[in-house]
Design a binder for this molecule. Structure first.
Ligand code: MSP
Length: 658
């Protein structure tokens, strides 16, 4: 293994629902970089995973009638499948529900508490559950979440706090001394001017109003704030504070954390401050990329405008989608996603430029030389330029990719693709073939075309992992040493007596009009599903919010309700009502009259002699003019069934239920 290491991460994804093409954007970019570094001889660690705790997940799982763990397991399996579909070559998939991760998060929390960086207090403020973020009153925009514009909830609870404010000056100094720490530069300016300079407040880092999280080991009832839990993944994935910490020693500090722009703040303020407190070196870079937007706004489930990556891959193949994502948008900026733009790129860049170059070259070698080039060669006046351009292209691709400027790197490669196509027009093989004397020249032209294609196929490997293999098959490349990255730097590595094998067209042209209709139809179906899902999630949110006003009662609250066992001595229908029964119930020494809405489920005869559970300290009321001094407990479901709550064995009337 190489001693040059490279550690790259994506954010860990919320498994709150199926991921869309915007999510694939971060992962595809990280994957391209990981593949590039491997090709350059680095020992790469590429980590991705899922961020599975928090109130949001607890609520959605509850609404779906499953446990949070069952809920996340299903979606995590789906996410892993998606990454297989997108050809994501991650080395580690970390789940925040992994035992080793939870244990380390507990150790981190305890360590920070023991050394005084975490302290107990109480939190009163606002919380955006979809973003899992705390806000002060002044940070809200029109009373809503400044990030996603959704409703926020008032939170008041006992909490632990992290002394974020203590690290403010140290952080500013670090950013100033390390200009590559936050990239692109605009994000750095935003963090320094909008957050660091105005001043940091200590951060609430535990919650008590729900349980789906990593428990604080020394204080029952508290769970660790999801962002502290989630950010820690970057070191827990390497075995930090565990017995198996070889990866931590080997790969940390990370070379780059790739993140979307909306979470740069967590990664460039909270995360480095945590690491400073832990006395752990900071990552070398946090790169905040832009969003894939649609109709001018962020792709999101709530807008019902999400694009399903699996549909796109099924239709056009994974390499085409990866190419589009990395080529269309300058990494760092926002970029619009449209079906037209996607199909146009596939047609123009992949079918016309690259696909055509490969098929015409292979076709001509097949036609003019029956698949075998002549070894005798003669130069043409156009050869030197193409050779030079290929050499320069490799250098530029390296420079751009090192800086995560994928779109620029691909532009350079496509300049070479187009220049090579132009070389065909310049050398005019169809004219050369007419004169036998020109065959050495023609053979030379074909060789130059094939060599240029070989170099192009090597350079596209990080971005399009499957296309190179399809090209090499047609060029009959068996020798792996001529497809290494370094081999792209030397011209003339293909055998002089090259043999080719005609194969399938690598990127067929798409009929844009027909395809747009088919694509829109397919996407409409998934969007309808997604809107239905969104509606449900909204309802859940509403219900949960109501519940949240007082999520728990104390034992003292419960003790306020007096429950006793009663025996029904007499029972009859309440006159004029088909729902109510009036019972005389013996509770210890006392006999009470209680009216219950159970007449549709029990006859008076069935009631007599039953032992029931009665709430005895309810304020007496009159129902249909009949006095009721308490309430008989019963269970009912949505289907309309009702049964009386009963005691398991016979017990004296008057017994206390608690
Ligand atoms: N769980 C947090 C990250 C914790 S990291 C310690 C989270 N998850 S997420 O699932 O909401 O987002 C994961 C990544 O997908 C983020 O980098 C986010 O920016 C990215 N994207 C989500 N929608 C996107 C677009 N429409 N366009 C580009 N990237 C987008 O945040």
């Amino acid at each position: 293994m190489s001693d040059k290491t490279y550690y790259i991460t994506t954010p860990i994804y919320y498994p709150s629902d199926k991921l869309h093409i915007g999510h694939s954007y971060t992962t595809v970019a990280a994957d391209a970089m990981a593949r590039y570094k491997r090709l350059r001889g680095y020992d790469v660690k590429f980590v991705t995973g899922t961020d599975e705790h928090g109130q949001k997940i607890e609520r959605v799982a509850k609404a779906s009638g499953v446990t949070p763990k069952q809920y996340v397991d299903e979606i995590v399996a789906w996410i892993k499948e998606l990454w297989t579909t997108m050809d994501i070559s991650y080395d580690t998939f970390i789940r925040t529900t992994d035992d080793h991760h939870k244990e380390t998060v507990q150790k981190i929390f305890k360590k920070l508490y023991d050394q005084g960086d975490i302290y107990k207090s109480s939190y009163e403020g606002w919380y955006c559950t979809p973003c899992e973020t705390f806000y002060t009153e002044r940070q809200l925009t029109d009373g809503k979440c400044p990030d996603c514009a959704r409703e926020v909830e008032k939170v008041k609870e006992e909490s632990y706090f992290f002394r974020l404010s203590k690290y403010q000056d140290k952080l500013i100094a670090h950013i100033e001394q390390n200009p590559d720490f936050i990239k692109p530069q605009t994000r750095q300016n935003e963090m320094v001017n909008n957050f660091l300079k105005p001043g940091l407040e200590d951060l609430c880092v535990s919650r008590t109003s729900f349980t789906w999280g990593v428990p604080v080991s020394f204080d029952e009832g508290h769970v660790v704030y999801v962002w502290i839990d989630a950010l820690s993944n970057y070191i827990t994935a390497l075995g930090y504070l565990s017995e198996q910490d070889e990866d931590y020693t080997k790969y940390w500090p990370a070379d780059v954390h790739l993140v979307g722009k909306e979470i740069v703040r967590f990664h460039t303020i909270i995360w480095p401050a945590m690491l400073m407190a832990l006395d752990v070196p900071l990552p070398k870079q946090i790169f905040g990329h832009g969003w894939l937007i649609i109709d001018g706004g962020k792709m999101s489930k709530s807008k019902g405008n999400v694009v399903d990556p699996k549909i796109l891959v099924e239709k056009y193949g994974v390499d085409a989608i990866r190419y589009f994502l990395l080529r269309e948008v300058a990494f760092g900026q926002d970029g619009n996603f449209t079906n037209e733009a996607l199909i146009q790129r596939i047609n123009a860049d992949l079918a016309n430029d690259l696909g055509n170059l490969v098929s015409r070259t292979i076709g001509m070698i097949d036609k003019y030389f029956a698949g075998n080039l002549l070894s005798s060669r003669q130069d043409t006046e156009f050869d030197a330029e193409i050779r030079k351009m290929a050499a320069v292209c490799v250098e530029k691709v390296e420079q751009y990719t090192e800086k995560l400027l994928f779109s620029d790197a691909l532009t350079e490669i496509w300049n070479l693709v187009r220049r090579t196509n132009k070389y065909v027009d310049e050398t005019q093989p169809w004219v050369l073939v007419k004169d036998e004397e020109n065959l050495p020249k023609l053979s030379n032209v074909m060789y130059h075309l094939a060599e240029s294609i070989r170099i192009i196929s090597i350079l596209i490997q990080p971005f399009m992992p499957n296309t190179p293999k399809a090209i090499w098959e047609q060029l009959c490349v068996k020798d792996e040493s001529i497809t290494t990255w370094e081999s792209a730097k030397s011209w003339g590595r293909l055998p002089q007596d090259l043999t080719i094998k005609k194969g399938e067209i690598i990127f067929p042209r798409i009929d844009i009009k027909k395809e747009l209709e088919a694509l829109e139809e397919a996407q409409k179906k998934t969007q309808e599903k997604s809107v239905a899902h969104q509606e449900k999630a909204k309802q859940v949110q509403e219900v949960s919010k109501e519940e949240k006003v007082e999520p728990y009662i104390s034992i003292d609250d419960f003790a306020k309700t007096q429950l006793r066992v009663g025996e029904v001595l007499q029972c009859e229908k309440v006159e004029g009502s088909d729902k109510l029964l009036k019972s005389q119930i013996k509770i210890g020494e006392e006999i009470r009259q209680i009216v219950s809405g159970i007449a549709k489920h029990y006859t008076p005869e069935q009631m007599i002699g039953k032992k029931v559970i009665v709430v005895t300290n309810l304020k007496p009321v009159k129902l249909r003019g009949v006095l009721s001094e308490g309430m008989v407990l019963a269970a009912s479901d949505e289907a309309g069934n009702l049964v009386l709550a009963a005691v398991d064995h016979d017990i004296e009337s008057g017994a206390v239920v608690r």
